[in-house]
Design a protein around this ligand. Structure first.
Ligand code: SF4
Ligand code: SF4
Length: 172
């Protein structure tokens, strides 16, 4: 498994989705090889707490919780929320959203020269990138929104030109 692994929790999630091994690149570039030792230590402690003796004990256990994207609710919406008390003002979320997502995090210069970062709710598409980028655990929360819209998957979406065929066959 590879792609976005930067903590023992990420590694555990990849293994739970069936990976037999994980690869770390960017996180090691950012934090050095010590991050691998921290991941080994954290994973080992968590496995002890769960009574797991080997990766095989929980490998693939989360697969049953996944589904194909076409069955997901298109109208389900989350937006990011920054805990200002926990925020250390590093600005990573702002840079990530500004350069590679939807420019939905404002950088507000304060009187003392520091910056405060605030999500612009109407611009946020809930992509999760800022939360992944934030170095402070639980500082950014993805908050479900009450849209008032009914469940709609891609098989029944009016924008799907093959929806009638798809709805009966499950393909598109
Ligand atoms: S969830 Fe995505 S769009 Fe919303 S603020 Fe974070 S990075 Fe930007
Ligand atoms: S990445 Fe996290 S800690 Fe850094 S400014 Fe954004 S919310 Fe604050």
């Amino acid at each position: 498994g590879i792609g976005g692994i930067g903590s023992w929790r990420d590694a555990a999630e990849f293994v739970a989705l069936g990976c037999g091994a994980v690869q770390v690149c960017t996180a090691a570039m950012l934090h050095g090889f010590r991050i691998v030792e921290e991941m080994q230590d954290g994973l080992s402690r968590w496995m002890d707490s769960q009574g797991y003796h080997s990766l095989q004990d929980f490998s693939g256990r989360a697969v049953g919780n996944t589904t194909d994207w076409k069955y997901l609710d298109i109208n389900y919406q989350v937006i990011a929320k920054i805990d200002q008390e926990a925020c250390i003002g590093c600005g990573r979320c702002h840079i990530a959203c500004e350069d590679t997502s939807h420019q939905a995090i404002a950088s507000l210069r304060q009187a003392d020269g520091t910056h405060k970062y605030e999500v612009i709710d109407e611009e946020c598409v809930g992509c999760n990138l800022c939360q992944i980028t934030c170095p402070v655990q639980d500082c950014i929360e993805m908050v479900p929104q009450q849209t008032g819209k009914p469940f709609l998957d891609w098989l029944h979406d009016p924008r799907n030109p093959h929806r009638e065929e798809a709805a009966t066959s499950g393909k598109f």
